[in-house]
Design a protein around this ligand. Structure first.
Ligand code: ADP
Ligand code: MG
Length: 249
């Protein structure tokens, strides 16, 4: 049994079958990549996992509990966190403040700005935020306004905002999209560091095969809303169906 078990999930948008019959099992404490051509249904699947979309059929179990029918914030509290394709940060706040917000959200079960004002001096929350910022190598930028960060640093900040919630399953939708090679390599190193220092499972959607092969232990190839093959990176590389459907060979 994986920590995440997706069974026979289907999702239709009008006349378009975005997800056909998706089965996916993600083992605990592994990095599992989901790859596939544009329009394959990768983001749709992720949206189902976080409760943003309700599938037409099938089941999604996280750690033995059904995810379906729960609101996104409830799923988040179950231990599933998502890093967005475009960083979702508060530009007017400092780096440190951005990281502290989810700390409060985790404690109170909701994001309340007044909590931020009344308990912002709490030492343990500050300690925790600093610890995470150190992990993502941004402690020296703690007082900077988030809006003024480079694209790569915005990503790191968003990662910190996810990690501070102590997720058991981290979902990443193209975390290196639009990045220059140097930032991509930094992101790979950051994700390796997270993988190696925490009890965390990651499901990563990624176009960049360098990123996929650097991180993933298992790979699922999605094509036209249906898993084509699931295997180790070594086997995926040479798989004729994958070459045909995905690599265009
Ligand atoms: P991927 O992330 O693999 O590129 P998506 O999951 O974004 O693919 O999209 C799968 C298919 O579903 C695409 O054909 C896309 O146009 C369609 N689609 C995605 N979201 C919606 C939506 N909200 N309404 C209608 N069609 C959608
Ligand atoms: Mg997508």
């Amino acid at each position: 049994m994986g920590i995440l078990e997706v069974k026979n999930v289907g999702k239709r948008f009008g006349g378009l079958q975005a997800l056909g019959d998706v089965n996916l099992s993600v083992a605990e404490n592994t990095v599992h990549a989901i790859i596939g051509p544009n329009g394959a249904g990768k983001s749709t699947l992720l949206n189902v996992l976080v409760g943003k979309l309700i599938p037409d059929s099938g089941s999604v179990m996280f750690d033995g509990q059904s995810v379906l029918g729960r609101k996104p914030h409830e799923i988040n509290q179950m231990g599933i966190s998502r890093v967005f394709q475009t960083p979702e940060i508060f530009g007017d706040l400092t780096v440190m403040e951005n990281v502290m917000i989810p700390c409060f959200a985790r404690r109170d079960g909701s994001f309340r700005m007044h909590a931020f004002e009344t308990v912002s001096q709490e030492r343990d929350i500050i300690d925790e935020a600093e610890h995470i910022l150190n992990d993502v190598n941004m402690l020296d930028k703690r007082e900077m306004h988030a809006a003024s960060l480079s694209r790569g640093d915005k990503r790191r900040l968003e990662m910190a905002m996810c990690l501070v919630q102590k997720p058991r399953l981290l979902l990443l939708d193209e975390p290196t999209a639009g990045m220059a090679r140097a930032d991509t390599n930094n992101t790979i190193e950051l994700l390796k560091h997270i993988r190696d220092t925490r009890d965390i499972t990651m499901a990563i959607i990624e176009h960049d095969m360098h990123v996929v092969f650097s991180l993933a232990e298992r790979i699922t190839v999605l094509a036209q809303g249906t898993p084509l093959v699931e295997d180790t990176p070594e086997n995926i590389k040479g798989h004729p169906k994958v070459k045909e459907a995905y690599l265009g060979e």
